[in-house]
Write a protein that binds this ligand. Sequence first.
Ligand code: ATP
Ligand code: MG
Length: 569
Amino acid sequence: MSTEISGAGNFIQTIINESRAQGDQRRIHTRFPPEPNGYLHIGHAKSICLNFGLARDNDGLCNLRFDDTNPTKEDTEYVDSIMEDIRWLGFDWEDRLFYASDYFQKFYDYAEQLIRSGKAYVCSHSPAEIKILRGTLKEPGQECGHRNQSVEVNLDLFRRMKAGEFPDGSMVLRAKIDMASPNLNMRDPVLYRILHAAHHRTGDAWCIYPMYDYAHPISDYLEGITHSICTLEFEDHRPLYDWVLIALGFENRPRQIEFARLNLTNTLMSKRFLRALVEEGKVSGWDDPRMSTLCGVRRLGYTPEALRDFCDRIGVAKANSMVDKALLEHCVREDLGAKALRVMAVLKPIKVILTNYPEDQTEHLDIELHPDRPEAGSRQVPFGRELYIEEDDFMEEPMKKFFRLAPGQEVRLKGAYIIHCHEVVKDPDTGEILALHCTYDPDTKSGSDHSGKKVKGTIHWVSADHGLPFTARLYEDLLLAREDVAVTIDPETGAEIESDGKPVLNPNSLTERNGSLAEPYLAEAKVGERFQFLRLGYFIKDRDSSMERPVFNRIVSLKDSWAKAEKKQ
Ligand code: ATP
Ligand code: MG
């Protein structure tokens, strides 16, 4: 059992160690409390890794609790997706699945207890009036006439609120704390509101619903939570969190600890934004591979190991910051680099004809599947007179230091031979390149090359007769960082937003290459299988694949800007 979390540090672990040293022997108990009003995103992964990770590292427990106290936005579709995503990330709540809505009766009973002890009252001011009476940061709030109603009147009104006698918005239950408090959250905050709305689990059983600040501490207490970890924007709510627990006379109270939410460069991470993209048809759904949702990055091909590694490396801090997305991609490459088998595919094919290769001959070359893992074995790759190479690997007028194919230049075909380009055949009308006429040197076969020839470049290729047509989907960031418009950073989401507040979408976020060709080995690939296409990046077979036409998403390219930057330092 390790008590230290690797990576950039974790001040919460330090707090736990300190309270242990001071004699607190309670078993660490955390919870992940999503509201089921959307799909989880990468930011949630940080919270999941933190809560479940602290439990794991301290021999503790972590609950999954759906914070479903707001009936209007919640849905079982989200409940199911959230559970799937947490499991996928590799965490297990065992038998500790809870719903805040299961505590509705208890919340209610505790509210009556607060009323009876004179700590809560029913107020029939409108929401707008309450807001005015609450005052400002500079001016204290005003106590309203309902504040000193008798317990009997409050109890009667609250019960009638529950019985459905009053319309939405006509009354609320408020905590009686301090209208002059410098903390606005403590100026008699609302605990309950009337909402005649069906709830996804309790149906029409309730028409009053508790507020988050009231329901959350009680839920934590009921579940025996010791450390209630939330994001920084709840710091000002902590006094209210504590007030609720103390007012109800609870012992062994949970402790709220705030940490900085994850912000990723050029990435949207708020359910509100993500939902808008789905609803406006800007993406194909919540699991569009360009989305920062967990189901999106899963479909894109990210692995749970990479996400956990990323969360470890960024650590947990108390100050808001922005994490470079290049680090996340670096973690994905590190994980896939060790795992993914290497194969060959060509995304923009250009034909090569080996004029000195026998017309009807096919060789089956044995090429390793992973350079560092001999146990992964090899596969047979067909090689013949006609091949395809990548358009970018040829330059008719090569620039300096272009070590790939060009007229008069030589290059090695991966796992095969060195070839020499003699002639560029073009369409006489359009000038378009139809084929490159090359010769191969039979003495240069990989593995048995005794020619002594040296070439600087090795390129990938696919046999024309055996190429498997597929669609490659290449992705760029969904958001565009544009210099020609005033772009600011949304402090809450970390997203780049145009000055009018709308994120700028990248028109090139998805490119489909329908003319791609792969070596026949990929015909056997299963949906969800990941590969490295040599020199092109890591790819995953997408569920949109058909028998005739597989679809592969590019997970990430091979260019690692993070590793490069690290080396420089
Ligand atoms: P959003 O702003 O995307 O709607 P939320 O905070 O409303 O997110 P919840 O379902 O309430 O979403 O979040 C569940 C848990 O995940 C909370 O404890 C919340 O603090 C945490 N969380 C949400 N976003 C992030 C983030 N970007 N980084 C770290 N933790 C996050
Ligand atoms: Mg929330």
